[in-house]
Design a protein around this ligand. Structure first.
Ligand code: GLU
Length: 470
């Protein structure tokens, strides 16, 4: 059997982080088994669907590197097929026409409520002759569900789950206006798409029983189900805005890398020993449904940020440079070479792309630089004199890290100072701040010309701007 999985989002908003995990699990499971992973857009609720939401799903999946193997199937295009299957069930005696009016159904519901019973259809048209149909009512098609026994699902995550058939009523599969109900459309589509494994959130577990009855009525082989626990906030409540970011696009804007998101989502509710940092290849090799836990997962933003820092360090410098240039609004394009040169040192200190961009911003500025107050305070008259003396030394040294580090050490020794006493004012003059990657790396990235221009700007700055004593 070739494994075929699908991710079946309803395009009602952005791509939620929980949905992204469902997509990832379907993707990894199919890849692990050398199968196929598909996308079905469940866009039958036209009032709530938007083009924009469909685009957000496709873009989000592409960004995460979990695009489907085939073009997406749009559920809304398949209504004729859904109706055809409903009519086939009718012809086979596995479904029947129900002529109940809306008023009758409302009355049935109200009575059940008054008597404290769950609102179920009472089956009044199940064995009734359609010749008794009232005029002017477009009948719905209802499944003739078994009334005795149990419907059992051997779920690959939840284990054996069962419901007494008496608990399930004869649900509508095709409405009077010939549109399919959600449960019916899902089954017909999964069958026609040859889906072998349905991996989805455990909020769909109750749907699985009803869907199973449709498979049985059609004599179709049902897929294996795997209902995975939902993602909750750290406090155990349903993930919501107050917990933090929720959609893939928000995480992207906050400066998270797709590989960090995927690594985090994989580890959230799935484990393989104590492996924490897993590449896509390792994930594909190791992923199985047996490793998925049954308890709800809790979103841990700190852990995600930690993993992002790990993946930032592993990421290619040119790629990170492009991300930083984009975040600095093009003003950084000219400084791309400097950013690229300092990237190994910058990425070792950042946790997100946004932090990385902030730490690289000084490379893009033209002197005189804006000074943080603490940096300004370091540029005392004595420090400025020292920098004025250092400038000709730097004008003569080879501009590579080891040579620069040696020159600074020698300069400090010649002045009876520790390296820090030289490096701190130099850092202030070159970056406008008191923290940066190692000073020799900063110098090498800026290059001789820019370094000397920045030093000259500090030397030329009116002393009155200086926070130190005159
Ligand atoms: N469209 C459903 C959702 O977005 C998923 C249905 C399914 O996976 O069977 O929750």
């Amino acid at each position: 059997m070739t494994v075929r999985t699908r991710f079946a989002p309803s395009p009602t908003g952005t791509l939620h982080i929980g949905s992204a995990r469902t997509a990832l699990f379907n993707y990894l499971f199919s890849r692990h088994h050398a199968g196929t992973y598909l996308l079905r857009i469940e866009d039958t609720d036209r009032a709530r669907n938007t083009e924009e939401a469909i685009r957000a799903i496709l873009e989000g999946l592409a960004w995460l590197g979990i695009s489907p193997d085939e073009p997406p199937v749009f559920q809304s295009t398949r209504e004729a097929r859904h109706a055809e299957v409903a009519r086939a069930m009718l012809a086979a005696g596995r479904a029947y026409l129900c002529y109940c009016t809306a008023a009758e159904l409302a009355d049935m519901r109200a009575r059940a409520e008054a008597e404290g019973r769950p609102p179920r259809y009472d089956g009044r048209w199940r064995d009734r002759d359609p010749a008794e149909a009232p005029p002017g009512v477009q009948p719905a098609i209802r499944i003739k569900a078994p009334r005795e026994g149990k419907t059992v699902i051997e779920d690959l995550v939840q284990g054996t789950v069962r419901v007494a058939n008496a608990e399930l009523d004869d649900m509508i599969i095709l409405r009077g206006n010939a549109t399919p109900t959600y449960q019916h459309a899902v089954v017909v589509d999964d069958h026609d798409m040859g889906i072998t494994h349905v991996i989805r959130g455990d909020d769909h577990l109750t749907n699985a029983f009803r869907q199973m009855q449709i498979y049985q009525a059609m004599g179709w082989q049902p897929p294996r189900f795997a209902h995975i626990p939902l993602i909750h906030g750290a406090d155990g409540a349903k993930l919501s805005k107050r917990h933090g970011a929720q959609s893939v696009v928000e995480f992207r804007e906050l400066g998270f890398l797709p590989e960090a998101i995927c690594n985090y989502l994989l580890r959230l509710g799935w484990g393989h020993g104590d492996a924490e940092v897993l590449s896509r290849e390792e994930a594909i090799r190791l992923f199985d449904l047996a490793g998925v836990g049954r308890a709800a997962s809790r979103m841990d933003y700190a852990k995600l940020t930690h993993l992002n820092a790990v993946w930032l360090r592993r990421a290619d410098d040119s790629r990170l440079t492009a991300e930083v240039v984009e975040r600095l609004d093009g003003r950084a394009a000219k400084a791309a070479e400097r950013i690229r040169a300092l990237m190994p040192a910058l990425k070792a200190r950042a946790r997100t792309l946004n932090e990385l961009a902030a730490s690289a911003a000084f490379l893009t500025l033209a002197p005189p630089l804006p000074m943080e107050p603490k940096a300004e305070a370091l540029l005392t008259p004595a420090a400025r004199d020292m920098l004025a003396e250092l400038a000709p030394v730097l004008a003569a040294v080879e501009f590579i890290s080891p040579a620069l580090a040696a020159a600074l050490r020698d300069f400090a020794a010649a002045h009876g100072e520790k390296l820090g006493a030289i490096a701190q004012p130099l850092r202030a003059a070159l970056t406008g701040s008191t923290s940066s990657p190692p000073i020799d790396a900063v110098l090498a990235a800026l290059g001789r010309e820019e370094t000397l221009a920045r030093l000259a700007a500090v030397a030329d700055a009116p002393r009155s701007l200086n926070a130190g004593p005159c």
